[in-house]
Design a protein around this ligand. Sequence first.
Ligand code: SF4
Length: 420
Amino acid sequence: MNAPVPAETCGIDLVRERGQRAVFCGLTGIVWLHRKIQDAFFLVVGSRTCAHLIQSAAGVMIFAEPRFATAILDERDLAGIADAEAELDAAVERLVARRPDIRLLFLVGSCPSEVIKLDLTRAAFRLSRRLAPVRVLTYSGSGIETTFTEGEDACLAALVPDLPEADEGDGALLVAGALGDVVEDQFARLFADLGIPVRFLPGRRAEAMPAIRPGMPYLLAQPFLAGTARALDGRGLHHLPAPFPLGAEGTTGWLRAASEAFGVAPERFAAATEAGRRRAATALVPHRAALAGRRIFFFPDSQLEVPLARFLAREMGAEIVEVGTPYLHRGHLAEEIACLPVGTRVVEGQSLDDQMDRARAARPDLSVCGLGLANPLEAEGLATKWSIELLFTPVQGYEQAGDLAELFARPLRRRALLEV
Ligand code: SF4
C-alpha cells in the first residue's frame, strides 16, 4: 500500500512506496572505497554472485593487484558441513601473509553470510588480535540489509569506534564521506583560506584516520551517511545542518554552514569563495542550454537524488518529474528539501512496476537510474543516465560543477545527434 506522507512544512509532494526494488546492494561501495583508503583490503564473505557483481562493477578500473576479493561460501559452508569460521580464518591469514601492504582489512558481510549467520563481528575481533598490527573490521554490504550507497555508510560507521581521540582544545572540523582525492584537496585549500582546520573521514591510509573528540562539529559530504552520523553523534560530535556540495549553490551553502559555526567573517567567506563561484558559474553556462526545460525523472538508487534534483532545477532550469530515493533522511536533507520547487513529487522507497508505468506515461527527456533499468528504458526510447557514475566521478565542489552538469547534458546531446 502506497500511502501519502504528510509533507510537513516543506511543500513537496512526498509519497512512500513499498514493493519490488531495483537497487544495487551495498557491496558496490567497495569499488570506490578501495581506491580511497589506499592500504585497506575488502574481503567479501559471500557467493559467486557477489564476486561477479564486484568484478563487473569494478573490472574496468583494475590496473594493479586489486584490494578486494571474495571468500566464496560454497554448498558445504551453506549446508553447515564445513567449519566456515575456520576456513575464513585460514583464508584471511593466507591473504595477510601474502600481502604485507594490507594495514586494514574489512570483512564485508553479504546475503549468504547473513543467511548462515556467520558471526563476522566475532571473526573480526579474533583476527584483529591474531594479526595485529593489521586491524580487522567488519560491516554488512548484504542486499538484505543495504542498498547501493549504504555500503559506504556501513563501512565508515565501522571505522568510527576506532578513531583516535583528539586532544582537549583541538578545534578542527570533521568532513565525513568519501570524496575523490582531487575534490578533498580542493576543499582542504578552501577550508584553509577560511581559517578552518579540517580532517576528512575516511583518511587515505589506515594510520591517517582522523582524530575526533566530543563537541567537534562535522559536515556530511554525502547524503547517505545516516549510520555514520549516528556513530559520530554517539562519540559526542555534532552535525552541522547544510545542503550538500553539489553545484555552485550547494557548495556555497555547505561551506557557509561551516563558516558560520566557526565564526568566519562574511568578508573573508566572500573572498575565499569568490573565485570558485565565478569559475563554476562560467562552467555551467554551456550546459544550461542543453538542460533548461528538460524533464528529468529519478529512479531511486544512490540517495543522491534529492540534492541532484535541487541542482538541476535551480541551477540548470530543468523540470523535475519525479525524485525517487531509497530513503529520505528528513533531518540531513532538510535544507535540500526546502530548496526543491514547491510541489516536486518525491517518492521514498520503490514499487518498480508502478514507477516504470509513471515513467512511461511521463516520457521524460532523461531518466537517472541504476544499470539494471537503463537498458529496458533505452529500448523504449527513453534517454538514461547511470546513477553509479555519480559515485565514480568527482562531482562535488565548485571546480566540478561543470562536470556534474555535463554528466546529465551528455546523454541529451547524444540523443539529439542520433535523431538528426
Ligand atoms: S550481497 Fe546479496 S544482493 Fe549483493 S551480490 Fe551478494 S547475493 Fe547479491
